[in-house]
Ligand binder design. Structure first.
Ligand SMILES: C[S@@+](CC[C@H](N)C(=O)[O-])C[C@H]1O[C@@H](n2cnc3c(N)ncnc32)[C@H](O)[C@@H]1O
Length: 215
């Protein structure tokens, strides 16, 4: 059994947040219409965390799915899934054109700079076959999110509030990185186009920007 209390910092918080992750991923799959892909699609999840997306994809009948994840704590807890250690900054582990679809869910805002985001998008472009899709979701600097980030550190949300508590804690832990990301996010489409992608759609909600791109 995975015990969040045995871990510290961001990892512990992500483990407490996990019960809510499947619902979030199901929503992402609906927005990106993942079920329209053939079941034999080669799908790569970059920054797969605990492998939740891979489990859900396999339950939907996709059988050629893989994940890479640089965090050894999460990788160790992911169990018996087709995952390996790896970073979006180093796509060299697979030949170019190896995948029909690449997922990047909540990963780019963990990177250190605009240059790293460019490297990650170029890497995803190279891993995709021509015509393949990149599905990318990242936080966006909406007014509600900015207000939450200003207020939440002042009022710690008690643990019994479940989702609200872990979401607030993640926001606190990621605060500095998120503020840096908010300077990069508005030009994400341009950065993706410079990497060679064509836009399929952009969908914004109050928390996130969804970007579906085609090679
Ligand atoms: C918010 S979690 C999202 C996990 C998973 N994508 C999901 O939605 O369930 C962000 C993940 O990005 C990973 N990550 C951070 N830097 C990365 C990098 N350079 N390459 C790939 N993944 C990275 C983290 O280790 C973490 O697992």
């Amino acid at each position: 059994m995975i015990r969040p209390e045995r871990h510290e910092g961001w990892e512990a918080c992500w483990l407490r947040h996990r019960p809510y992750n499947a619902r979030k991923l199901e929503r992402y799959f609906r927005v990106f219409d993942i079920d329209s892909l053939p079941k034999d699609s080669r799908i790569l999840d970059i920054g797969a965390g605990l492998g939740d997306s891979l489990r859900l994809l396999m339950a939907r009948g996709f059988h050629d799915v893989r994940g890479i994840e640089p965090n050894r704590v999460l990788l160790g807890l992911a169990g018996d899934l087709p995952m390996r250690e790896g970073s979006c900054l180093d796509p060299g582990w697979a030949p170019p054109g190896s995948f029909d679809c690449v997922l990047i869910f909540g990963v780019l805002h963990h990177l250190g700079s605009r240059g790293e985001v460019e490297t990650a998008l170029r890497g995803a472009f190279s891993l995709l076959r021509k015509g393949g899709f990149l599905c990318c979701v990242e936080p966006r600097p909406s007014i509600i999110r900015r207000a939450a980030m200003a207020v939440l550190p002042l009022i710690p949300v008690p643990r019994f509030f479940g989702y609200a508590s872990t979401a607030a804690e993640l926001m606190r832990l990621e605060g500095e990185g998120l503020r840096r990301w908010f300077g990069i996010q508005p030009s994400l489409l341009k950065t993706a186009e410079a990497a060679g992608f064509k836009s399929v759609f952009i969908h914004d909600d109050w928390r996130c920007a969804f970007l579906k791109l085609r090679k």
